[in-house]
Ligand binder design. Structure first.
Ligand code: EPU
Length: 339
């Protein structure tokens, strides 16, 4: 067996909230074979297997009675190139942002708006990561996953993944699929998406008239760094709630009282509300109780100022949910996986 199992391992370095809990068993898988070994080992020991990537979408509320498997496979390659459309494949354990930078260095565009998102390639399809007007479903070309029920490998195309806003088949069927590698269709000819939020304005401020994909990536890194805390400095899991989609009538009722409500069209009769706006307006921005808090610059981000437990962070989230429901009649859905 090439897999190394470790007992009673602190998961603090493996979750970006920096919550201190222990895993009963911990291992890192660098290949498909090691993933299979871990599954067999968990089965033999009668323990559940909990796969983790970068731990950036995870709230751990107690010690984990499981074999925690960190997906650590590495490898990036171009496997098809017609001079314009280029297919690339990345192993699940590749950290996301360095993968984006690698694609830009190859002269490829498509991932630039997704710069600086924490986490790994393998975790990206789970919640269809998205930012600044692009989701991975926009550039997705397929993935290979291990079916934990049958032990077989299975290839997924775009349609089968059921991608939606921060959602996918893999999120809907928790525990079934282990994503091993993901393919993306990128382009040598940049078609840039600059319309979302402050992207175009930022580039103009910098005096960039005809931006390249790399310029867009740099601008987005700058925008993100200004608003979103770096997990290495302040524990967090990015947006803690999804932006809620509500009937337009409800959005209009809120707007009647709060003219500055931020909302976006979300299809027939629906509006997507900026949850950060709701939470800020309810007075939670920069709130802190013990070490659990709300970020001072982005109310959608819960933060661990040091020694907050997962339960304390979850309790704070529940209070915010109840308050937003009471004030605005809007139900907020938690984004990270709560274990
Ligand atoms: N807003 C406030 N107060 C706040 C935060 C936001 O009023 O405290 C307002 C902003 O002024 C803006 C609007 O809400 O008008 C939207 O804010 P922002 O552009 O910061 O984006 P977001 O809707 O809060 C979403 C994603 C982020 C992604 C950004 C940019 C979700 C749950 N979050 O946040 O994704 O980076 O858009 O595309 O959809 C993540 O999922 O972890 C994440 C960081």
């Amino acid at each position: 067996m090439s897999l190394h199992l470790h007992e009673s391992v602190s998961l603090k370095p493996f979750n970006t909230f920096g919550v201190e809990v222990k895993a009963r068993l911990f291992a890192e898988a660098r290949s498909d074979d090691e993933v299979r070994e871990a599954l067999a080992e968990a089965e033999r020991l009668g323990l559940p297997l909990l796969p983790v990537g970068g731990g950036s979408n995870l709230l751990l509320t107690g010690d984990v009675e499981a074999l925690v498997l960190r997906m650590a496979s590495r490898g990036l390659r171009i496997f098809e190139d017609d001079g314009e459309r280029v297919l690339v494949e990345a192993e699940a354990g590749e950290p996301w942002h360095p993968f984006v930078l690698w694609s830009l260095e190859q002269g490829l565009s498509g991932l630039e708006n997704l710069s600086l998102i924490p986490g790994t390639v393998g975790a990206a399809p789970m919640q269809n990561i998205g930012a600044y007007g692009v989701e991975i479903s926009d550039v997705f070309a397929g993935l290979t996953a291990l079916d934990r029920q049958s032990g077989e490998l299975r290839e997924f195309g775009l349609e089968e993944c059921a991608f939606a806003y921060r959602d996918s088949l893999f999120k809907q069927q928790p525990g079934r699929w282990l994503i091993l590698r993901v393919r993306f269709a990128l382009s040598r000819k940049a078609t840039l998406r600059l319309d979302y939020g402050p992207v175009r304005q930022r580039l103009q401020q910098e005096g960039i008239e005809t931006p390249t994909a790399r310029d867009v990536s740099r601008a987005i890194c700058a925008i993100r760094s200004e608003k979103l805390p770096d997990p290495a400095e302040l524990g967090n899991a990015g947006s803690f709630f999804k932006n809620p989609v509500v009937p337009i009538e409800l959005a209009e009722r809120i707007r009647a009282e709060h003219a500055d409500l931020v909302s976006y069209p979300a299809g027939e009769g629906l509006a997507k509300l900026a949850a950060g706006w709701l939470i800020e307006r309810a007075g939670w921005k920069d709130f802190r109780e013990g070490d659990a808090g709300v970020h001072r610059l982005q109310a959608l981000v819960l933060v661990n100022h040091g020694a907050a437990t997962g339960s304390e962070l979850l309790a704070l989230a529940r209070r915010i949910q109840a308050d937003i429901e009471r004030r605005f009649g809007v139900a907020l859905e938690i984004e990270p996986n709560v274990i």
